[in-house]
Ligand binder design. Structure first.
Ligand code: NAP
Length: 308
C-alpha cells in the first residue's frame, strides 16, 4: 500500500516526488511512456530560475530525479493502462502490475503534436522546437518558420518576431482555425509572412545536424518549393495524456483535467499537476510549482484521513 503514487516523471511529477519524499511519504513514481516529459526533448533551458548559464533539459530532469531519490522516492517504469478511482485505496494498473495507493498525483503531462516526419523527430532540440517561449531567444536575427493555423501558431509567430529577422507562418489551408483577432494581429506584423496553403514535406538537413531549409508542398497544386530557414516551431496543438482518466476525472472539452482549490480534482485524494491540467502557461517552472502544490495537498489529505 502506497501513501502516494505519482503518475509521470516530468517537472511536475518529479517536484511532487521531492516534496512528498521530504514529507516522509515514500512516493512511488510511475514514469509513464515519455520519462522525463517534454524537458527531456529539449536542449538548453535558459529560463529555469537558478541556472544563470542555462542547463540542458535532460540534465535538469536527471537532477530532479536524483533529488527525489535522495528523499526516498521510488521509480517504476511503465505506462498506466487502467485506474480504479471509485474508492480508496485507488488501484493503478501498469500492464500486469497493480499498485494500491491512498492518494494519487496525476502529472502525466501533455504531448506536443508533431507533423510526423522522421527528420522532425531527429532535429528536435537542433532547430526544431515545440516551445516558442523556451527556445525563441536562440533564434535572434535568424529567419525561421512556425507551422500551424490555430491561436498558438499566431501567438508564437508574433512572439518569435521579437527575436527572429523574419517569421514564415506555414499553414496547410488558406483558412485559419485561429480567432480573427489573432490572425489580424499576425497579418499586421511586418516581420510575419503567411505561407499558405503549404504542408511541410521535409525538414533538412538531418545529415548536417541542424535546420537549413524546409521542403513545402502547395496543398492545392502539389507544387513543391524550398524555404531556407534556421529554425522551425511546430505549433499544431497539444494532446493531454488523460485517456485512462476519461469518465473518471472531470476534464474540459480538450481533455485537460480540471482542478480546483489548488490541485484537487473532482475525486477526493486525487490531485493533478503540470501540463495535464494547464494548457495556458505550459512552462517547466509552472509545472514544478504545481507539482509542489499537489504534494502539499496530498500530504494534507493524508493527515486529515489518517484513521479512515
Ligand atoms: P488548434 O486550435 O487545435 O490548432 C491546431 C492547428 O494546427 C490547426 O490550424 C491545424 O490545421 C494545424 N494542424 C494540426 N495537425 C496538423 C498537421 N499534422 N500538420 C499541419 N498542421 C496541422 O491548437 P492550438 O492553436 O494549440 O490551440 C489550442 C487551444 O488553445 C484552442 O482552443 C485555442 O483557442 C487556445 N489558445 C488560445 C490562445 C489565446 O487566446 N491567446 C493562444 C493559444 C491557444 P487545420 O486547421 O487545417 O486542422
Amino acid at each position: 500500500m502506497n501513501n502516494v503514487i505519482i503518475i509521470g516523471s516530468g517537472c511536475a511529477g518529479l517536484t511532487a516526488a521531492i516534496y512528498a519524499g521530504r514529507a516522509n511519504l515514500k512516493p512511488l513514481v510511475i514514469d509513464g511512456f515519455e520519462p522525463g516529459g517534454q524537458l527531456s526533448l529539449t536542449t538548453m533551458v535558459e529560463n529555469f530560475p537558478g541556472f544563470p548559464d542555462g542547463i540542458l533539459g535532460p540534465d535538469l530532469i536527471e537532477n530532479m530525479r536524483k533529488q527525489a531519490q535522495k528523499f526516498g522516492a521510488e521509480f517504476k517504469s511503465g505506462a498506466i493502462t487502467e485506474v480504479d478511482l471509485s474508492k480508496r485505496p485507488f488501484k493503478i494498473h501498469a500492464g500486469n502490475d497493480v499498485y494500491e495507493t491512498q492518494t494519487l498525483i496525476v502529472g502525466s503531462g501533455a504531448t506536443a503534436r508533431l507533423i510526423g516526419l522522421e527528420s522532425e523527430k531527429k532535429l528536435i532540440g537542433y532547430g526544431v522546437s515545440t516551445c516558442a517561449t523556451c527556445d525563441g531567444y536562440f533564434f535572434r536575427g535568424k529567419e525561421i518558420a512556425v507551422v500551424g493555423g490555430g491561436d498558438s501558431a499566431m501567438e508564437e509567430a508574433n512572439f518569435l518576431s521579437r527575436f527572429a529577422s523574419k517569421v514564415n507562418l506555414i499553414h496547410r489551408r488558406p483558412e485559419f482555425r485561429a480567432s480573427k483577432i489573432m490572425v489580424d494581429r499576425a497579418r499586421a506584423n511586418p516581420k510575419v509572412e503567411f505561407v499558405t496553403p503549404y504542408a511541410v514535406e521535409e525538414i533538412s538537413d538531418v545529415s548536417r545536424g541542424g535546420v537549413e531549409y524546409l521542403t513545402l508542398r502547395n496543398t492545392q497544386t502539389n507544387e513543391t518549393k524550398k524555404l531556407p530557414v534556421e529554425g522551425v516551431f511546430i505549433a499544431i496543438g497539444h494532446e493531454p495524456n488523460t485517456k485512462v482518466f476519461r469518465g473518471k476525472l472531470d476534464m474540459d472539452e480538450n481533455g485537460y483535467l480540471i482542478t480546483h482549490h489548488g490541485s484537487q480534482t473532482n475525486v477526493p485524494g486525487v490531485f493533478a499537476a503540470g501540463d495535464v491540467q494547464d494548457h495556458h502557461y505550459r512552462q517547466a517552472i509552472t509545472a514544478a510549482g504545481s507539482g509542489c502544490m499537489a504534494a502539499l495537498d496530498a500530504e494534507k489529505f493524508l493527515d486529515a484521513h489518517k484513521d479512515a
